[in-house]
Design a protein. Sequence first.
Length: 202
Amino acid sequence: MFLEPVLYALSGFFMKFSDDAYDKKKNIYMAALAGILCGVSIAYLSVTSSDAACIFIAILIGTVLSLKVDSLNHVLALLLFLIIIIYIGIPSIGIFTLVICAVAAFLDEVGNDNDKLKKLGRGAVLFFDYRFTLKIVVLVFALLGLLVPYFPFLVQPNIQYFQFQTFIYFLFFDICYEIAGLKFDAVYNGFNNIFRIFRRIN
């Protein structure tokens, strides 16, 4: 129970740190290491939780379709994630829910850092900068999950509802993703100093 929210938080943190280490510092090694840690974290979540499997596979699909897998760290994280979930297997997930989440993830990726959205106003820019489409979809499926005991007709083939804590954990993922971006320089310099110490020891 305790490990799940921690891994959601760490996976969000390492995902953003990996991106910025590559984009801002051109540090392939640190970006790759963070990407690997992210891949392992989301893979563990996906093989142990059907909710996590649905969400993270949807993010993977949306990212690939939007052509955002465009660097070594992305490829390493993607391959490691796929290898682990294929080798170990994942819990059963709802295909309809997966498709809806994947479409939401795709829209978020296409809208993120898209200059064309500036014509629609600051609200549209912020909406996609913080990737609210998938958050709203996850929230809807979590709220519907709360209603299932009272409205049994909601249970339909290929539709998966999320536990409400999954939405809370997903917020942990997103908050730590943003923290990694806001505090990137401080965290990067801290990791750099640690690596320098180890180099001197060796």
